[in-house]
Write a protein that binds this ligand. Structure first.
Ligand code: C2E
Ligand code: MG
Ligand code: MG
Ligand code: MG
Length: 293
């Protein structure tokens, strides 16, 4: 009986596996084609200085517009791109495209000193030639490193603290800034945090979105902000989508924010218009509507 049961389980298991494997293979070959056919693009979400309402920079967010499937979320394809190693060429494309965009904005709006945030995936962080790769992109474009801020997560750092520390110092040596993304959702050791050469903490959206209704999450946000302030780090709140959240974050002393309240991620053209508009009138928070969703 035990043997029959095992076989039955195996049968189910392997059918599921086969389906999953086929779906994955499809996705993989679609991804390879997508790189060739240039189906990827970067969108840019403004990061707002909360005190002044001015745009301080943008976070580059990848989009995949696929013929049959339509717009696919990075949460769905970044993991596959990572597993297959395709993140290495795609990651290089992301960094280069983001660099070209920030360079164009610096030429058009030199007085704004805008920064570009770029997400790094784990595999890129572990990539042996990440530093020379970024260095050569900066050199090719003649772009100062401080225009860029790289976003990494707690788990990427904590996996091998010593190696991560060394890499972060090398990235800093190129002039780039470093942000810890989704802060509060991973496990970083607080004792390491002050030793790391990180400049910015990005407070995860999950805390921000529930801080109005949950005393606990409000406390967590306040605690992250005072921790960041003690460590002289910049604080960015992710996913602000209401005026109430904005008010609470300003009271708590958060410096920057991004979220649908200010703007969704925008195409390069739309983002340029956003900058132009913000020049004539910095975002008047009182008049910002919470949108339709
Ligand atoms: P993330 O780096 O934490 O990016 C923030 C995500 O929150 C983005 O989703 C953004 O569109 C979304 N968001 C911003 N404000 C709001 C808001 O007010 N409400 C809601 N509901 N969502 C908001 P997106 O673009 O779908 O990206 C998801 C994740 O995929 C990113 O999370 C990041 O981890 C990854 N990702 C995106 N682009 C790249 C990339 O170029 N490279 C790598 N390695 N990962 C990327
Ligand atoms: Mg990010
Ligand atoms: Mg984030
Ligand atoms: Mg997040």
């Amino acid at each position: 009986r035990a043997k029959a049961l095992k076989e039955a389980q195996f049968q189910v298991f392997s059918n599921d596996m086969r389906e999953e494997a086929v779906a994955r293979l499809d996705l993989e070959s679609d991804l390879i084609k997508a790189l060739e056919d240039k189906e990827f693009s970067l969108f840019y979400q403004p990061i707002i200085h909360l005190e002044t309402g001015k745009v301080s920079g943008f976070e580059a967010l990848i989009r995949w517009n696929q013929e049959e499937r339509g717009l696919i979320s990075p949460n769905d394809f970044i993991p596959v791109v990572e597993e297959t190693g395709m993140i290495i060429p795609l990651g290089a494309w992301i960094i280069k495209t983001a660099c070209q965009q920030i360079q164009a904005w610096h030429e058009e709006f030199p007085e704004l000193s805008l920064k570009m945030n770029v997400n790094l995936s784990r595999r890129q962080f572990d990539q042996l030639d990440l530093v020379p790769q970024i260095k050569s992109i900066l050199q090719q474009l003649n772009l100062p490193g401080h225009y860029l801020q790289l976003e990494i997560t707690e788990s990427m750092i904590m996996r091998d603290v010593e190696a991560a520390h060394k890499l972060m110092l090398e990235l800093k040596a190129l002039g780039m800034q470093l942000a810890i993304d989704d802060f509060g959702t991973g496990y970083s050791s607080l004792s390491y945090l002050h030793r790391f050469p990180t400049d910015t903490l990005k407070i995860d959206r999950s805390f921000v979105s529930s801080m109005e209704n949950s005393v606990e999450d409000h406390d967590i946000v306040e605690t992250i902000i005072s921790l960041g302030q003690k460590l002289s780090m910049k604080l960015v709140a992710e996913g602000i989508d209401s005026l109430e959240q904005l008010k609470l974050l300003k009271i708590a002393g958060c410096h920057y924010g991004q979220g649908y309240l200010f703007s969704r991620p925008l195409s390069a053209e739309q983002a340029t218009e956003f900058i132009e508009q913000s020049l004539s009138s910095p975002i008047a928070f009182e008049s910002v509507s919470t949108g339709s969703d």
